[in-house]
Design a protein around this ligand. Structure first.
Ligand code: MG
Ligand code: MG
Length: 270
């Protein structure tokens, strides 16, 4: 069912989205524990594809507008949409891994940034700030609130943490029977704007934060988004919904319980 362009899911449909979200969450944890210096990004893609298939799910990234991977792998100054390939990961790199899966027609979408070996403290801090901002955004969502409450919480968390760039031109999004649906979930903005947060809504929240500029450009491969100043970027994403109990993070293995409770927010999962 759609309400003003926004897909409202039944509890049964959300349960299938949870199944898809778990496949995504498991795949990302598998990749986090597998990634190592000397591997190519294509090897990560193969691991992801094998796991998604082993769970009876399918990839929503593969073939999306011609995309050739089941994950996006974005290294260092690459922000998002990097194509898995022959690039060899080296000690001191960071890689953002974005992954999605479909179960019975319902989508999950999530991303993590992982350090390979030793990386500088400011890069570790960038990753922490970006992940914390994602959780702050999810924690700001309440039934009856508005989409930009999430955006404002992300911006407040990032700007309160130091001198960072929030990437412009790329946003989170509604998700359900398609990967990308209305509404856009911006990573900055005033609160109390945009679509109302209601039961059955599902959103992917995905801040992209840099150690420098907010500006990006796309490489000649037509996919890879890089910072214009070469500064490194982190990207974290989760898909979540709201129930009467609170927030339920469909792509987190624990449903988001630990992080939400640490933020003093009720956990709305089963
Ligand atoms: Mg994603
Ligand atoms: Mg997304």
């Amino acid at each position: 069912m759609f309400d003003r362009g926004i897909e409202i899911k039944t509890p049964e449909q959300i349960a299938v989205m949870r199944a898809a979200g778990l496949v995504v969450g498991e795949t990302l944890e598998l990749l986090r524990s597998s990634v190592a210096a000397g591997m190519t990004t294509r090897e990560l893609d193969v691991i992801a594809h094998d796991h998604i298939r082993s769970r009876g799910a399918t990839s929503n990234f593969l073939g999306y507008h011609g995309f050739t991977g089941v994950i996006c792998t974005s290294v260092n100054d690459e922000v998002v949409h990097g194509i898995p390939g022959a690039r060899v990961l080296r000690d001191g790199d960071i890689v953002s891994i974005d992954c999605g899966a479909i179960v019975d027609g319902w989508h999950g979408d999530a991303a993590i940034t992982v350090a390979i070996g030793q990386v500088p403290d400011d890069v570790i801090e960038l990753m922490r700030v970006t992940e914390d901002a994602m959780w702050s955004g999810i924690a700001a969502a309440r039934l009856g609130g508005r989409v930009s409450d999430i955006s404002h919480a992300i911006e407040t968390a990032v700007m309160g943490a130091g001198d960072y760039g929030i990437v412009e031109g790329y946003t989170g999004h509604g998700i359900g029977s398609e990967m990308h649906q209305p509404p856009d979930v911006h990573n900055y903005g005033k609160p109390r704007r945009g679509a109302k947060l209601v039961k059955g809504l599902a959103l992917a929240v995905e801040p992209m934060v840099t150690l420098g500029t907010s500006d990006t450009r796309r490489l000649d491969d037509d996919w890879t988004v890089v910072t214009t100043d070469g500064s490194w970027a982190a990207h974290f994403e989760n898909t979540f919904t709201l129930t009467d109990g609170g927030a339920w993070v469909l792509t987190a293995l624990d449903g988001g319980r630990e992080r939400l409770e640490a933020l003093g927010v009720p956990y709305g999962g089963d």
